[in-house]
Write a protein that binds this ligand. Structure first.
Ligand SMILES: Nc1nc2c(ncn2[C@@H]2O[C@H](COP(=O)(O)OP(=O)(O)OP(=O)(O)O)[C@@H](O)[C@H]2O)c(=O)[nH]1
Length: 363
């Protein structure tokens, strides 16, 4: 019944249009960065490398980013976003390794390794790769880099120092990603708790009055659109003051929780709205095709109380605890508002009390 509201982000697989826009924007920024590198690098690298360089950057890396950008428009994107980020980071990283290799082989030129870190960190922190994906990216990137250094001593004496630096930095990035994931998880838990606190009644864990009213209004509006039938049940424990006075407040709380349990057992459908209206008064708002079913449900609540046989010795009527129920049911268009239905159900409840309690009355 509590509607959990996740924190929107690509990490949590529930994204707002704004998040998607930001993601696409960051992919475009990534593309611009690669293009800017091209302008700078082409001034620095030996001229014979220009062909391989342009192939790697313009014909492999930029199209990979463009592919990711296009994939963000696909309906399955959210399902495969993490895999797509991983594949993107790894493929442009390996395209870069190829460039480092060719530069060394063909021109003995030590092409810089920083791109490896930049691509990985872009994936970890800008795309929002989850920890296990980031770890996979780190391991495969590190292995590739170490393999490349074994193949070519691109950085002379500093080759292994640089390899250590690359692997160490990727490791630090993964740790950072792990911390962020943990914090995001805690934030989502806290958010879930806050939603529960603001919508659930602490004693019964049914909806509190405010959430009950807003959920009921929502269901009423929904039923009204197609003029469907719905019912409001108002329920109140009988002679509860005597019960409280005789057995104490804690036993009273227990009885209130018992009524909540009975409600949950009787009103089982996912769409049923169950709440504590106040004190020892409860409300259920449910949809349904036939009035008979509503009567059946009310009888079931009364039966469960009978079977529970909770003593209420000081009650002037029956010596067991019971409840009275007022029901207002009908096609949604027959009523002005949900408040109108609640008022009628309340009047029916009052009748049930007057007629001797432990019964239901239809408005
Ligand atoms: N233990 C406990 N008692 C509560 C709670 N909320 C309301 N009550 C008690 O419920 C009782 C309600 O009393 P009344 O409104 O006189 O109703 P009643 O005695 O049930 O009489 P009828 O409704 O006419 O059958 C009061 O004694 C309140 O103190 C609660 O959260 N816990």
């Amino acid at each position: 019944m509590s509607s959990f509201m996740p924190i929107p982000s690509v990490e949590s697989n529930t994204v707002s249009p704004r998040d998607m826009l930001m993601l696409r924007f960051s992919i475009v920024v990534g593309g611009i960065l690669i293009s800017l590198f091209m302008i700078g690098d082409l001034q620095l690298i030996p001229p014979e490398l220009a062909g391989s360089y342009i192939t790697s950057r313009a014909l492999i890396q930029l199209p990979i980013l463009a592919g990711l950008l296009a994939f963000t428009f696909a309906p399955q994107f959210l399902r495969f976003a993490q895999t797509a980020f991983l594949a993107t980071v790894l493929s442009i990283t390996y395209a870069n390794y190829y460039l480092i290799h060719v530069a060394w082989e063909h021109a003995a030129f030590s092409f810089p390794y920083e791109g490896t870190l930049l691509y990985a960190f872009f994936g970890f922190f800008v795309f929002g790769m989850k920890f296990y994906y980031a770890l996979t990216a780190m391991l495969i990137s590190s292995l590739g880099f170490v393999g490349l250094m074994l193949l070519d001593s691109v950085y002379g004496e500093r080759t292994w120092m640089n390899a250590g630096f690359v692997v160490g930095s990727l490791f630090v990035g993964v740790i950072g990603r792990h911390r962020i994931d943990r914090l995001l998880g805690q934030l989502e838990d806290a958010n879930e708790q806050l939603v529960d606190l603001s919508t659930l009644d602490g004693l019964t864990e049914l909806l509190n009055r405010r959430a009950l009213m807003s959920e009921s209004e929502r269901l009423f509006a929904l039923q009204r659109r197609s003029n469907q039938r719905l019912a409001v049940f108002m329920m109140d424990l009988d002679h509860f003051k005597q019960f409280n006075d005789r057995y104490g407040h804690q036993e009273g709380d227990w009885a209130i929780r018992l009524h909540a349990d009975i409600m949950r057992q009787v009103f089982k459908r996912q769409t049923d709205i169950l709440g504590r209206y106040g004190g020892e008064e409860f409300m259920a708002v449910i949809e349904g095709e036939h009035a008979d079913r509503f009567e059946l449900l009310a009888s079931e609540v009364l039966k469960q109380w009978q079977e529970s046989a909770v003593p209420n010795e000081d009650s002037p009527d029956s010596k067991v605890l019971s409840c009275s129920i007022g029901i207002c049911q009908g096609l949604a268009n027959e009523f002005d508002s949900i408040d109108d239905m609640i008022r009628r159900a309340d009047e029916a409840l009052y009748c049930a009390k007057k007629q001797g309690r432990a019964r239901y009355v239809m408005a």
